[in-house]
Write a protein that binds this ligand. Structure first.
Ligand SMILES: CC(C)(COP(=O)(O)OP(=O)(O)OC[C@H]1O[C@@H](n2cnc3c(N)ncnc32)[C@H](O)[C@@H]1OP(=O)(O)O)[C@@H](O)C(=O)NCCC(=O)NCCS
Length: 188
């Protein structure tokens, strides 16, 4: 059993090119653009739309969420908003939680940022919390995301058939996880 408020103190995580800071309204304009970016919406299966007020409320409420961690990824060289990484769905009794990441848009895809962000979060979770398992879901067609997750130690453990309906077409969803006890090359 781990504390239900395990993310009360959410640290800044610093890598070579990316800094993860707690997500706040400081990135409101960039976050609004990110939520409306079509390729990111397709790759995350985001059907919902959000008003500016809803987004302000969401960002303002992140700090009081002690059972999850929402980070904004910032490029160290210029402070640009690169996207978000989230650990949520905490299950204290089973020492398990979920992970998700979405970068801001195609202009920052494919440059190694997603890998760096995911490694920072996975390393932090297993080093600084009692969590044993991080799980996630990824669309089967999202080969880039799957590759990033596999590089960071996640393994495919199942397939949810036709779980996504997008633009009239059904797609499978892969279930992946990484365990504290997995041997992952390069894990800190
Ligand atoms: C998924 C995401 C986080 C990955 O981050 P990224 O910075 O773009 O990825 P990286 O540059 O770190 O790594 C991409 C890897 O995938 C590989 N890759 C890219 N396209 C690929 C493809 N079509 N098939 C297989 N591998 C592919 C790259 O070669 C690289 O692997 P390598 O380092 O071994 O060469 C990012 O693209 C993103 O936010 N996409 C939109 C939202 C999303 O898909 N989120 C995940 C939802 S589950």
């Amino acid at each position: 059993m781990i504390p239900p408020d395990v993310f009360r103190d959410q640290p800044v995580l610093t890598g070579a090119r990316v800094r993860l800071v707690p997500l706040t309204v400081a990135v409101l304009e960039e976050y609004l653009a990110f939520l409306h970016e079509p390729e990111g919406r397709r790759l995350t299966g985001t059907h919902a739309t959000f008003t500016r007020d809803q987004v302000v409320g969401y960002l303002d409420s992140r700090a009081e969420q002690v059972d999850r961690a929402d980070w904004a990824a910032l490029r160290i060289s210029d402070g640009a908003f690169l996207g978000e990484a989230v650990v949520n769905d905490l299950d204290p009794e089973n020492e398990s939680a979920s992970y998700r990441i979405a970068l801001a848009g195609p202009s920052v895809f494919g440059q190694g940022f997603g890998t760096e962000v995911t490694r920072l979060v996975v390393d932090h979770v297993f080093a600084a919390t009692g969590l044993h398992r991080l799980g996630l879901e990824v669309f089967a067609f999202n080969a880039r995301a799957r590759r990033v997750y596999e590089k960071c130690g996640f393994q495919v453990e199942g397939r949810l058939r036709d779980a996504l309906l997008w633009d009239g077409e059904r797609h499978d969803v892969l279930v992946m996880s990484v365990l504290r006890t997995d041997v992952v090359p390069g894990r800190g």
